[in-house]
Structure formats: C-alpha cells, structure tokens
Design a protein around this ligand. Structure first.
Ligand SMILES: [Zn+2]
Length: 456
C-alpha cells in the first residue's frame, strides 16, 4: 500500500471534507449555556453517525452533563486513542462577528483561504482532520493501519466536569498504547509541534496574623512587629539574585533537558524580545543560566499572584495591621511533587514567623507536571511524519500552562499523550471571527495520514 495514494485521495476529497466540516460547524454546540443543550446532543449524534460511516462501532455515552462520543475501529498495529472536543465557546459579543458564527464560509484573505465559523479551529476543524485522515485510509485500503479508539468530549469549554469520572469509569476501554490529542497549535504559526511537557500547578493562599488587632503606628510603631513586614521579607527571600527559587529541595526532582530537545528549541529561533516587548518588558527574569524558552517550558517557577493587608482605601491611615495575606503559585515540572514543594514553602514561611505569629492556609490540591516519555519510538516516528508534511521540521515543545486532558491520560490511565495541533496564533479562538486556515485543515489531514502510516 502506498501513502502517496492516500495523500492523493485526501487532496482530491477536500471539497467533500469541507462539506462535512461545515455540517458540523452549523450545529451551535455551546456547552456552557443550557439553552444549547439539544444542539450539543445533536453534535454528538452527528459524530456518532459520521464515525459509523467509517465502520466504527460508535455511541453517544450519557454523563451528568453533555454526552461523550466513544467509537472503536479494529485494526492491526498499535492501539491509538484520538481525543477532540465537539463543544464550542459562546459567540458573544455577536456584533463583533462579520457574519453568522454558525454559518461557516470559506473566505479569501491576504494570508490565504480561511474557514470562518465558531469552532472552526477550536476544536471541530482540528477534530475532523483526524477523522478525514481515517476516511481516506479506509477508502483507499478498506481497513485502517492501527486499532483506533475515538474519544470526543462535549464539555471542554465549560470546565470538563464529567471528564475525570468518565475516564475512571471507562478506564479499561480508554487505555491504549498512546493518546493523540488535537487541540493545540503550530509553534508560532509555522513549525509543527508535539507538546511533550506541560507544567503542573500548586497554589497557596494564606494569612499571617500577628497582633490581636490593628494598632496605631504612633503608639505601637517600632515596638510591635508588623505582619506585612514579616510577609514581604519571607516572600522577598523566595528568589535569589540569579532568578532561582531558594526553597529547600525545590530543584531536586527537576530533570535536565535532553540535549536533542535543547538543540530543537534552539532551532526554533524563539524571539523573546518580541514576546516580552509585546507586554512592555525588556529582559527575562527567570534563572539567568537558562534560555528564555527553558524558562517558560521546562523550568519551575514561583510567583506572588496577590498580596494584601492593612489600609488600602483612599487617604491615609497610620495603621499596623493585625493580618497580612498573599496568594502565591508554583508552576511545576518533571517529577516535582506538589506536596513536597508545599511543605518546603511552608517551612520557609514559618521560619520567618516571630513568636506568637500564626499562619492560616486556605489551599487546594496541586497538580504535578505531565512529561511524556519521548524515548517511546512512537514520538520520533510521529515527529518525522510531521516533518515530512510541513516546510520546517517538527519540534518537541513544552507548554508553560496546563492542558489538563494530557495529564489525565498520564495520571488516570498511564497513557502517554502526543498533543499535535494545527491551529495558529491568530485563529481568534474564543473570540469573534474565529477562523481555521484551509491549509491547516488540509495539511492537518495529510499529517495524520502520515502519522498513522508511521505508527502502523
Ligand atoms: Zn479546544
């Protein structure tokens, strides 16, 4: 069998693939607004019917919220799971759209043809790239090269309340050799990317209490310790002059970047001056011995997100407050354990407490980073396949934020996930006039066909 025949079929079948995507885009499956409940249901039904045309056993599965769609197609080779979401963001403010968000249209722009509609990029257009790749395989060869499980969610844009319970209840069915997630973008709109590391998150919210009540600074200033002084001293000591975090054991479980990944990142030519310049900054503030991309993707952080205490109203009040509070957060990487980092932070904070001062914590559970095992040959195969399709070689990239779904596959099912997407920075997802480049859609389908071939 020849991959070329499949790619040729994809090219030839583009008008039909677009018709199908437009059908799905016409369904206003806004998940957060109960008024659209039936439409979310209709989008799930549409996907079930479409998967069935591929010969999949597909079903809509009930949850307390919007349904999941799960489908299976048997095949040789490894067992892959593909995840996407069929729900979309609300369309407000509607007056800023230049057309009906649920009446998709192919438009000519200076930057090429784009598919204009809510959900075109996030995530229906991306989701359909994989389905269309499967359709071309099936049409050309009658079978698929791998065993495939399709898993589509309808609550991604509204916090995914049913996702974890559903994954736990159906763990056996959803556990595969690898998970493919198509809900991200190209690196800086140009380089195909596989996101392999996502930072975890830990937050602390606390109040230091010193004096039993607010005090007059004329009567107590000098003799009484001010909780804001304690707080700022403790927070100010969290970083040293090189930008490193000073907590005991903070870097113990932070892995070094593999040399090949470091080389790929250097090849990306990330322009940190523009990245920072766009927000009015001049130089990076992270660890001085790390590159800007490492600071965002592969290094842990500590940041004060809020700080308050004393009198902050109009005018002036010479008060020594009884309390001082802050919210701080950590982005975690590698094997850093949120509980261990929390304990280290609390020991640091409490070492600054004068006798008689107390700390009260209001905290939530932290989440560890998700780091995929790129030693698994499937990652390198997929990276090569992507590089064959696009003008520039694909890179393993990190993600400074958190994409919970990838962590769920890893933590709940023990499955490594490849996050591969074809969105662009200017797709205006979640905003008026969302679009997906026709090229992203077309090359996205071709990319998945190549990846299926490489993994089979
Ligand atoms: Zn999305």
């Amino acid at each position: 069998m020849s991959l070329d025949e499949i790619l040729a079929r994809i090219d030839q079948d583009m008008p039909q693939a677009l018709d199908r995507l437009f059908d799905l885009l016409r369904i206003p499956s806004v998940s957060t607004d109960p008024a659209y409940k039936d439409h979310c249901d209709a989008a799930a039904d549409w996907l079930v019917a479409d998967l069935q045309t591929l010969g999949a056993t597909a079903e809509k599965r009930v949850t307390p919220g919007h349904p999941m769609v799960v489908g299976h197609i048997d095949g040789p080779g490894p067992h892959l799971l593909f995840y996407g979401h069929y729900d979309v963001q609300p369309i407000d403010p509607i007056e800023l759209w230049d057309r009906d968000p649920f009446d998709p249209e192919l438009q000519d722009t200076d930057a090429g043809k784009v598919i204009r509609a809510r959900g075109s990029s996030d995530d229906k257009g991306q989701l359909m790239t994989f389905i269309e790749a499967c359709r071309a395989w099936k049409a050309e060869h009658g079978t698929l090269p791998c065993k495939i499980t399709f898993f589509f969610e309808g609550e991604e844009e509204s916090g995914s309340p049913s996702l974890v319970p559903f994954m736990k209840e159906n763990a056996k069915e959803l556990t595969t050799d690898i998970a493919l997630i198509c809900d991200t973008g190209l690196f800086e709109s140009a380089v195909p990317a596989i996101t392999t590391m996502l930072r975890g998150l830990l937050a602390e919210d606390f109040t230091i209490t010193g004096p039993a009540r607010d005090l007059h600074s004329g009567m107590y200033g000098g003799i009484a310790m001010n909780p804001i002084r304690v707080l700022t001293k403790a927070l100010g000591a969290l970083h040293d002059d090189t930008g490193a975090v000073t907590l005991d054991g903070f870097y113990d479980d932070v892995p070094e970047l593999p040399d090949e990944v470091r080389a790929q990142w250097q090849g990306l030519g990330f322009d940190h001056e523009t990245y920072l310049g766009d927000v009015g900054l001049t130089g990076p503030a992270g660890e001085q011995d790390r590159t800007p991309l490492e600071q965002i993707w592969s290094r842990p952080t500590c940041d004060v997100n809020g700080i308050w205490g004393g009198y902050t109203g109009d005018g002036f009040k010479t008060v020594l407050p009884s309390e001082a509070s802050a919210k701080i957060s950590f982005r975690l990487v590698g094997q850093q354990d949120p509980d261990k980092i929390r304990a280290s932070f609390r020991a640091h904070l409490e070492s600054y407490m004068p006798e008689g001062f107390t700390v009260e914590y209001r905290t939530e559970k932290g989440s560890a980073a998700a780091q995929m095992s790129i030693e698994d040959p499937a990652f390198e195969k997929a990276r090569k396949a992507l590089s064959d399709e696009w003008p520039r070689p694909a890179a393993y990239v990190g993600c400074g934020g958190s994409i919970p779904i990838a962590g769920f596959f890893k933590d709940l099912l023990g499955v490594d996930a490849m996050l591969i997407g074809f969105g662009k920075d200017d797709d205006q997802i979640h905003s008026p006039n969302e679009k997906y480049d026709l090229e992203s859609f077309h090359k996205g389908i071709r990319s998945w066909a190549r990846i299926l071939d490489a993994l089979s």
